[in-house]
Design a binder for this molecule. Structure first.
Ligand code: UTP
Length: 311
């Protein structure tokens, strides 16, 4: 099937800015999220959001807008200098940890704006209009970690620069899991990990899914998305859905492509996935990994032997 690429949306410049929506309520992780933003929950000793800002910075997205909300001031504090902690570490002579404390301050040029109410991802992204201006920009969800050893965003930025329009990150999911994601209808085959998309819908019932390809928390969007968001009505969840605005742009003839990802990804807003992320990264941690792995292997043996956790 052909995929029209109107001249007006084609662009050769790779996006240079990133938007990280982090204003959601995090109800799946309550009560932990009553006072602590879920984006700051630690994955071993680094908050989830720092992994995401670092990913943007690695791809040359030096200007990063974080969408925050009431009760999420700790996000700004995390990326600010922390003289007391830094002085204490200096006195202790702990240079390694000091460097890691300072890392978050130097990662990127951070900007903040607040979403007044958690009215959905589309509404959060709409707050980035002034920041993005007339350029394409990346959106990285604040609770969706892509392992830094696996490539996704860089390829998405290249595809967007080449083909224009919208590019979304995709994973293959099994069975009913599609109802937790946006679902895409392909407009052709996967070639070199890239697939043209005809349309997409948000969180379908499993029987209404358009394929088993699910949209994950990485997008590269053209500035036309803001007009489309203004024309989009609230979805069935009562939220302004980014997926609905992307579908509108697709109907306008803007090309949509997906980059299929099969690497390591952790949705830290989901408790199971969060726990897996912590265990996996703890096993691989340069300081903790050896001891933790030894304990973990013993622990698993005990579970297998006793069917319980009496350790
Ligand atoms: P989620 O879909 O995980 O929603 O948002 P949520 O409300 O944060 O969490 P649950 O489902 O209640 O547990 C995906 C990303 O979009 C941001 C969130 O902060 C998260 O990083 N988001 C979501 C916003 O910034 N604003 C919103 O209105 C909704």
């Amino acid at each position: 099937m052909s995929n029209p690429e109107p001249q007006r949306t084609a662009t050769r410049a790779r996006a240079r800015k990133a938007v990280i929506p982090a204003a959601g309520l995090g109800t799946r992780f309550a009560p932990a999220t009553k006072a602590v933003p879920k984006e700051l929950l630690p994955v071993v000793d680094v908050p989830a959001l720092e992994f995401i800002v670092a990913e943007a910075a690695r791809e040359g997205l030096d200007d990063v807008l974080i969408i925050t909300a009431r009760g999420k001031d700790a996000i700004e504090a995390h990326f600010d200098a922390a003289p007391d902690v830094e002085n204490a570490l200096e006195k202790k002579g702990d240079a390694g940890r000091l460097a890691r404390v300072r890392r978050s301050t130097d990662l990127a040029r951070l900007h903040y704006t607040r979403q007044r109410e958690a009215r959905g991802l589309g509404d959060a992204v709409a707050h980035a209009e002034g920041f993005a201006g007339n350029e394409p920009f990346a959106v990285l969800l604040g609770d969706d970690i892509i392992d830094e050893r696996d490539v996704l965003l860089g390829k998405m930025l290249d595809v967007q620069a080449e083909k224009g329009g919208i590019v979304v990150g995709l994973i293959e999911v099994e069975g009913r899991a599609i109802s937790l994601y946006g679902s895409i209808k392909p407009a052709g085959e996967v070639v070199d990990g890239v697939i043209p998309i005809e349309t997409l819908i948000e969180k379908p019932k499993p029987e209404e899914a358009l394929s088993n390809l699910a949209v994950i928390g990485r997008y590269v969007l053209p500035p036309e998305i803001f007009g489309a968001l203004r024309r989009t009505e609230l979805g069935k969840r009562g939220e302004l859905e980014l997926t609905d605005a992307m579908r509108t742009l697709g109907q306008d003839g803007v090309p949509i492509h997906g980059v299929v990802f099969s690497g390591r990804r952790y949705d830290t807003g989901d408790r199971q996935d969060y726990l897996r992320a912590v265990v996996r990264l703890a096993v691989e941690h340069p300081e903790l990994g050896d001891d933790f792995s030894t304990w973990l292997v013993d622990f698993v043996r005990t579970i297998e032997a006793t069917g319980g956790t009496d350790q």
